[in-house]
Ligand binder design. Structure first.
Ligand SMILES: Nc1ncnc2c1ncn2[C@@H]1O[C@H](COP(=O)(O)OP(=O)(O)OP(=O)(O)O)[C@@H](O)[C@H]1O
Ligand SMILES: [Mg+2]
Length: 226
């Protein structure tokens, strides 16, 4: 059960869905790792730079993993990842990320990788998040943050995922905007246009936690064979 979680945008719910899937894998008794390959936006602490998404993912790992294993690249600035790296004189290397992923994949039954921002977010001058997914050879789950404009963002992302050759296992509708008009009609429109199953609808939650989110999600069927 190895997946790459991408989204229609930053802040659309990728971490929440990553945590929910990890919870479902753990409930099945699987050794479960999460990977946040690149984090931009971190606090300086005595233990070094720490990103809140990565900390939440680390907490869901079973058996436990070191922070640096869960989050190989962590940058302080909350800006586009390739720019955050450049600010510190670094370059994000897909070779390093692939090696880290392979180590986790060889030692865990389930690995959930949170993509970086949206599908085409640059990681360095030549490569982007889609290239990372292709390098890892992972099937994709798309998180749709339900807000005005999400239909266009979703369909463009699906087209690009398909063009990359990565299998799209399904998508998740996440109610990030409690006041969105015609949210259900938007979901129905997407259901008709996306040829992959809807794996869950996450309502706007007062307390978005892994064990709550997981109750709204199903693990992709094909992923059980990965
Ligand atoms: N269904 C929901 N109900 C309540 N809060 C939500 C919901 N979905 C997301 N959020 C909140 O919105 C914020 C963004 O969600 P999340 O961190 O999962 O997005 P992301 O796509 O991982 O963002 P990033 O691109 O920064 O990694 C978080 O504070 C999260 O708790
Ligand atoms: Mg996130």
């Amino acid at each position: 059960m190895h997946y790459f979680i991408t989204g229609t945008d930053t802040d659309c719910g990728k971490t929440l869905v990553t945590l929910g899937f990890m919870q479902l894998c753990r409930e099945r008794g699987l050794s479960t790792a999460g990977l946040k390959p690149v984090a931009a936006g971190a606090l300086r602490t005595r233990e070094g730079l720490l990103n809140s998404d990565a900390l939440a993912i680390q907490e869901q790992c079973d058996p436990p993993l070191d922070y640096a294993t869960v989050n190989p690249y962590c940058f302080e600035a909350g800006v586009a990842p390739h720019l955050a790296a450049a600010l510190t004189g670094q370059r994000i290397e897909l070779d390093l990320l692939e090696n880290r992923y392979r180590e986790l994949a060889s030692s865990h039954q389930a690995v959930v990788v949170e993509g970086v921002g949206g599908w085409k977010v640059p990681l360095n001058e030549e490569q982007d998040s889609a290239d990372l997914c292709r390098r890892l050879g992972l099937p994709v789950v798309l998180v749709v943050g339900l807000r005005l404009g999400c239909i266009n963002h979703s369909l463009l992302t699906v087209e690009s995922i398909q063009a990359s050759g990565a299998p799209l296992l399904g998508w998740v509708a996440n109610h990030i905007d409690a006041n969105m008009a015609l949210a259900e009609d938007n979901i129905q429109t997407l259901k008709r246009r996306i040829k992959a199953p809807l794996l869950g609808r996450i309502p706007r939650l007062d307390n978005p936690r892994a064990d709550t989110v997981s109750t709204y999600l199903s693990l992709p069927v094909a992923a059980t064979e990965c």
